[in-house]
Design a binder for this molecule. Sequence first.
Ligand SMILES: [Fe+2]
Length: 296
Amino acid sequence: MDFEVKPTGSGVGAEIIGLDVSRPIAEATRRALYDVWLDAGILVFRGIGTTPERHVALSRCFGDLDIHPVESVRIEGHPEIIELTTRGRNTPIVHYIDEAPIVGRIPWHSDMIYTTQPCRGALLRMVEKPPRGGETGWIDTAAAWDALPPAMKQRIEGLEARFDYVVNILDMRFGKPTGLRFGSMGTQNWGSFPPVAHTLVWTHPESGRKSLVLSPIHLIEMVGMPREQGDALLQELIDHTLSGRFTYMHDWQENDVVLWDNWRTMHTALGTPLGLHRVVQRTSLQGERSVGRVLA
Ligand SMILES: [Fe+2]
């Protein structure tokens, strides 16, 4: 094999060492990488993303890439890459956490879970690391499922929860960061989406592994269960999943790339202190899977 696989040290995810993306990646290597990804859910590539070309070449090992519908977030010459930056034209969303102003704080979620076509996965590359802050975390929700007591597994399989498109994280019902206070919602234009229902447990279409579907930003309530009873169940599952046992926190260096399987993980951005700069670029993998249902 043209690379080595090393545990991240956190108990979830894996680090890929020694992969050369300066030359075309052989099909056998690509296939082997893909299998490691399916197995681990989260892959860390330290220092590999030195150019947009290398970021895209690595991304293509894992599938076809999405072109973001909003042209202004794409980077010039690479329509597959979007940039998330504190140096942009829009005034950012600001929250206070324990009275410190933070930009770009995004609590635990899976991407696009408020739709019936959540994205397949993504690769995030650190372009400009802030002097402090800016960490990203991932949770392997397949590992969280595996660790549930058998009685709980039996109880929740087939049950549905409702997920809404929640823009202001102050409106979160579950897993809200402590010490959070509103600053401003920024100037970006946010879309709207009808509520959807997803089962609490997904079976991965490729690996066959089960995982928990929680995405606390968007999680509203259990479907068809009295609210008090549903809330108690969801809180128990969230406490279990967010306990830290299934979490990998990435301490970024510039040019690091982290890949995640959005069908079995959640992620969080801890945010950057207001006034410091952070620039990341991201590719997203296409996935044609439809899950859940739109609620009337
Ligand atoms: Fe996200």
